[in-house]
Ligand binder design. Sequence first.
Ligand code: AKB
Length: 318
Amino acid sequence: MKKKILIVGAVGQIGSELTLKMREIYGGSNVIASTRKTPPSEAVLNGGPFEYFDVRDRAALGAVCDKYGVTHIVNMAAILSAAGEKDPLLAWDINMNGLINILELAREKKMQQVLVPSSIAVFGPETPRENTPQETVLRPTTMYGITKVAGELLGDYYVRKFGLDVRGLRYPGIISHETLPGGGTTDYAVAIFYEAIQNKRYTCFLKENTRLPMMYMPDCLKATIDLMEADFSKLKHHSDFNVSAMSFTPGELAAEIKKHIRDFTIEYQPDFRQAIADSWPDSIDDSAAREEWGWKPSYDLAAMTKDMIENLKKKLLK
Ligand code: AKB
């Protein structure tokens, strides 16, 4: 059956690139991009349908679903960890009320699938830090993490109770050169490249030795689409797949960047985001994703850094 995919939050770091990738695969008119207020890039706007609405407004969301005969919803709308600590109630409102609207509409309209990303933010200080297992302690200390744990549980509830196909994966920090991330704790790993290329120096808001799980955008898009296309009958998990690609510290990333930009320098001025990073794992065990839907990343730190620098130089040093 033909897919009509609605991407909610299609102008953010992941949503914007996922929209373009999905339009390549499923056809421009079959992927409806949407956002609350930020204008999209020309590519997102011109490549297929685009709608403005607030995911907290169930009637508006329902009208868009009816207008296009939506069969799949991908929910990329979220207030991330650092922004969520500045406005915890907004994070709860958008992350939870947006999600329940999507799940309820998908159930009522008998949609084929909902994909809701989760995050390494579901973990907390009591979680084992290294090679964090799929099944483990979920006691996050951020509002973003709390909404992501609740989102995973809700997704699994809709699978069990209503037979709705809900899927999700726990994104690590995502690194990309197209659209800047916003409001996250892992955002330093993108900002560092812009500063290295433009100014040859960067002041990092995390300490030199803060190790976090990360992933390059091509792997993130692949993971998302591979999970979406996976055979439902083979899935033992649904809304909470651990996925892993690489883990590094700001110090290690800076050393890798220095191999390409020799006079690059970094200094460290940790802020409130350090406590968030300290509550997250160093590395992730993603064997369930590997076994159940064949997940395998392609980019490590060296390959990602080389590709980021090549692409950003083209973009920033025109
Ligand atoms: C954040 O830093 O909040 C996000 C995430 C890990 O989900 N990038």
